[in-house]
Design a protein around this ligand. Sequence first.
Ligand code: C5P
Length: 330
Amino acid sequence: MAEGASVVFKLYCLAVLTVMAASYTVLMRYTRTVEGVRYYSTTTVFVTECAKMFFTLCILLKEHKGSIRKVTQELKGNIVGKPMEMLKMSVPSIVYAIQNNMTFIGLSNLDAATYQVTYQMKIPCTALLSVMMLGRSLSSMQWIAVFVLTGGVILVQGIGGEAVSHTSGTEGSYVVGLTALTIAVFCSGFAGVYFEKLLKGSDTSLWVRNVQMYTWGMLSAFLGVVMHDWQNVRENGFLYGYTPLVWLVVLLGSGGGIYTSIVVKYTDNIMKGFAAAAAIVLSTVASIMFMGLVVGWMFVLGASLVIAAIFLYGLPKTNTEKLPARKSGT
Ligand code: C5P
């Protein structure tokens, strides 16, 4: 994949991520709330990590023109040969594994509106962490754009979500859901920015970084299965309750993860937030068109704010492929 990607390529990646993220959230929530056999979400997180590893290895193989020997050599050099680098990647990977499990808990315990509104806090959280951890600077206009975006998504989600919410659950599950989601917000911001720092702070390729990341991801996700669902898995099987729709959730989750990494490489985590916001607007529009969702002026206002924020931030103009030079070298 070419260094210095074109604006068209960046927009393409943002668009694919947008569509995947939108369908992922809708489907994940559907499979967790529909009547019938309930699959174990920790196994889904693990299977998704395995799928990401598989796709990444296929891409590496393609980059090396099908030579398994070259891929093995490159991976050996970067996994066995660089234990410190490998160890550093464990940080975002484990934090992502926690986040992925927390979003399932959040989606299983909260109504759609509360889930979406709370999860949007990751936009300012990520912006703040990008400034603190990467030394990135945002103009006042861009800060305004970040908050306009957050407000816009909250309006869109608050209203759209209210109309499609299924259950509000018990008070206990509400607290569990909200706590899980708050943890997910911080994990998302921290892991995203940390991954960006490691990726852009060295010459190691994106795909090698991803193999390092998913190695830890598979390990920590498996630990999640053992800690949370081991008894159930032993009784009913690992893939208990896996309908074709659950496999689709795995496919969208893994595709979304791979595209997230590409988007972070060629743009940055803040822009990823803008893509996710566009995803929410698009998914609500899709619900209006295909599921008969009725929205009012709040949705129109929120969607307008999201669009305005995208222009205020100056999305296509900003080049963030490299990290800004830091005073002290890290
Ligand atoms: O909600 P958020 O955008 O933070 O989620 C990012 C998702 O992308 C996580 O599910 C994470 O596992 C995934 N990811 C990935 N590979 C990367 C970076 C993130 O699969 N290199």
